[in-house]
Design a protein around this ligand. Structure first.
Ligand code: DQA
Length: 155
């Protein structure tokens, strides 16, 4: 079965406890369970990773770029957390694994928040961005990857 990585960045392990009025009540385990269940409906195997470390996120992107080239992977759903706004290294990594599609997801509407959240280094190199729909955004991103695959745009 084709594989998809759901990759969550720093502080997303605190979901459920962290600013629930902004990020909702679901825990990371709830989010990952919903992604896996949705993947089953779509016929893709969803694997989930969360890391608070930029280099670990880079390593996973590189590894999945290889899975994509090996025609085992469909793409990555990526919430880079605060690294979205700071990391040229993530920008370069996503460019480096092109044409594997990486879909940027944010739980909150970053454009309705502080100005420092308005810039994304990931957006220009992402296949697309889904912002402000909570956990549903991850499911929409999985839909988008499954549709790309069905349309022959990916493995
Ligand atoms: C976030 C938005 C980021 O600005 C923030 O640093 C996060 C979470 C979101 O999902 O809304 O950690 O990526």
């Amino acid at each position: 079965m084709a594989r998809v990585l759901v990759l969550n960045g720093p502080n997303l392990n605190l979901l459920g406890a962290r600013e629930p009025s902004v990020y909702g009540a679901d825990t990371l385990a709830d989010l990952e369970a919903r992604c896996r269940a949705h993947g089953e409906r779509l016929g893709v195997a969803v694997e989930c990773v969360q890391s608070n470390h930029e280099g670990v996120l880079l390593d996973h992107l590189h590894a999945w770029g290889q899975h994509y080239r090996d025609r085992q992977a469909v793409g990555v759903v990526f919430n880079p957390g605060a690294y979205t706004h700071t990391s040229i290294a993530l920008h370069d990594a996503i460019k480096g694994v092109a044409p594997m599609p990486v879909i940027e997801v944010h739980l909150s509407n970053v454009h309705a928040r502080e100005p420092f959240r308005h810039h994304s280094w990931v957006a220009p190199v992402a296949a697309g961005s889904i912002i402000g729909f909570g956990v549903d955004g991850y499911l929409l991103a999985l839909d988008a990857l499954a549709r790309r695959r069905a349309a022959g745009l990916s493995t």
